[in-house]
Design a protein around this ligand. Structure first.
Ligand SMILES: Cc1ncc(COP(=O)(O)O)c(C=O)c1O
Length: 483
């Protein structure tokens, strides 16, 4: 065997029988890339079109060097307050010390990762923990890596359990359930659906409209599955009242339809309960988690099904392997990351904090809405999942500004959220999230460790910015693009 430590480069080269090593960057090279090179590589190898949008918002100038708690730190030592939170992926904040410690111990002990051949103590323990956090008999857990994968599993188990041969699926307008081919059919976005040939047999109904749902379900006995986000994230943080959810439960029971609640974004304590549906005293048949389940350090998704539903779909030896664990489902370090994350969630009462700090955030934003009624249209949401909708300025911006704004980007035309988000980052070191379906909405999903002092920093920054007035914010944005 070659002792590579004693061989110099040339000797190593001549002893090779495989291909020459391509021009590869090392880990240290990657860390040391400067902003300009990062941008060039992103354009050359990842997504040149997406770079255009990042540039428009000024996000392309930031290289994050480290992250801790509520903050990123960039290449200039600037601390950026994270009110974006990876669309709800950072419940524990960045680099939670207990999560880091659990991962380090796991590595130091030389533990194994891939869990296909043998049973995995880590996957089994994580599944048990997720079931313990879930109400009713939501006891059966499929582990994967992403929200889309969890939702694919959810729709599949529901379809089989529905018992319909020609099963049809209902979803909501403005829904987002992922971009993989199956759930893309249930994601109500012409942009994401592109011109792909979608899975057929789907119906779309307005979100929160029980009568519309009833009409569809009552008129077609092939409808076997209803898929709904409990709080619509991509739709701009849209909730529905308790009567709606109780009606959904009763309707599905009456017609033997399987209800799938997508909690990928709104679950995991985000709204002040572990699952958002718990606010309404109902339990769905199937649900899905991802994002914060990985505690900000690992990609982990999970489908959770009522035992009865799971057994109908995959309960016999003949059906057991139809949708069994994928290669990286239940991988060791991801599982222990999620196990530690769930323990931290309860030990630090992050769910209680989400409810309390979320209420404070809403109160402060509502005060700003009163102060700026011509700018802020609505504040909505639950816990630390808050949507801030601005008035639509597409028709009211001064005529002189409209073509300039349209020239920059058609999508930003009339959408204050882009201008405000860009200014918050540039002038106030605060990061917020945008909403693809509704360009007037900023999504606020900070880590659940957020406290009132962080809310004050954010709301004071927003107050100061809005105090400048719309025309000044837009002009400032345009100037920053040309300078
Ligand atoms: C409600 C909901 N479902 C599913 C997904 C898909 O998750 P992922 O991006 O991890 O595939 C998302 C992602 O934003 C989501 O918000």
């Amino acid at each position: 065997m070659l002792d590579r430590t004693t061989l110099q480069g040339t000797e190593l080269e001549t002893s090779r029988t495989g291909p020459r090593k391509p021009d590869l960057l090392s880990v240290e090279d990657a860390k040391a890339l400067d902003v300009r090179t990062m941008a060039d590589l992103f354009k050359d190898h990842i997504n040149p079109g997406q770079f255009h949008f990042m540039k428009l918002l000024g996000f392309h100038k930031v290289k994050v060097e480290s992250a801790e708690g509520m903050y990123y730190t960039d290449q200039n030592g600037r601390k950026i307050l994270d009110f974006f939170g990876g669309f709800g992926s950072l419940a524990h904040g960045h680099n939670h010390p207990r999560v880091l410690e659990a991962r380090k111990r796991f590595q130091d002990e030389g533990r194994h990762e891939i869990a296909i051949a043998f049973l995995s103590q880590y996957a089994s323990a994580l599944a048990k923990n997720i079931a313990a956090c879930s109400p009713g008999d939501l006891d059966m857990v499929f582990l994967g890596s992403t929200g889309s994968e969890a939702m694919e599993a959810a729709v599949k188990v529901a379809e089989r359990a529905s018992g319909r041969k020609n099963c049809k699926i209902v979803h909501a307008e403005n829904s987002f359930h992922g971009k993989s081919k199956g759930v893309l059919s249930l994601t109500d976005s012409p942009l994401y659906q592109g011109d792909f040939k979608l899975v057929g047999n789907t119906y779309k109904v307005p979100f929160g409209d029980l009568d519309a749902l009833k009409r569809v379900v009552e008129n077609d006995s092939d409808i076997g599955v209803v898929v709904l986000e409990t709080v619509q994230g991509g739709g701009g943080i849209v909730t529905a009242p308790t009567e709606y959810w109780q009606g959904v439960r009763a309707l599905c029971d009456r017609h033997d339809v399987v209800w799938v609640a997508d909690e990928v974004q709104c679950g995991y304590g985000r709204t002040g309960k572990f699952y958002a549906f718990e606010h309404h005293g109902v339990v769905p048949d199937v649900t899905a988690l991802a994002k914060s389940l990985g505690a900000g350090k690992a990609p982990v998704g999970a489908m959770i099904a009522r035992r009865e539903i799971y057994m109908k779909a995959y309960g016999t030896p003949k059906t057991a392997m139809i949708h069994a664990q994928a290669t990286f489902g239940g991988i060791g370090e991801a599982c222990i990351t999620a196990i530690e994350g769930l323990n931290v969630l309860y030990d630090e009462d992050l769910i209680g904090n989400s409810a309390e700090t979320g209420a404070y955030l809403k109160k402060r934003l509502e005060a700003l809405q009163e102060k700026y009624p011509k700018i802020i249209k609505e504040v909505r949401g639950q816990g630390l999942m808050v949507g801030l909708e601005f008035q639509d300025f597409s028709k009211t911006l001064p005529l002189a500004l409209r073509p300039m704004v349209a020239m920059l980007d058609d999508k930003l035309k009339g959408s204050l959220s882009g201008f405000i988000g860009a200014a918050l980052l540039r002038d106030y070191d605060v990061l917020v999230a945008f909403t693809e379906y509704n360009r007037n909405v900023i999504r606020l999903e900070p880590p659940l460790i957020c406290d009132e002092s962080h809310v004050d920093i954010f709301c004071d920054a927003l107050d100061d910015l809005l105090g400048r007035g719309i025309v000044s914010i837009v002009k400032n944005f345009i100037q920053s693009q040309v300078s």
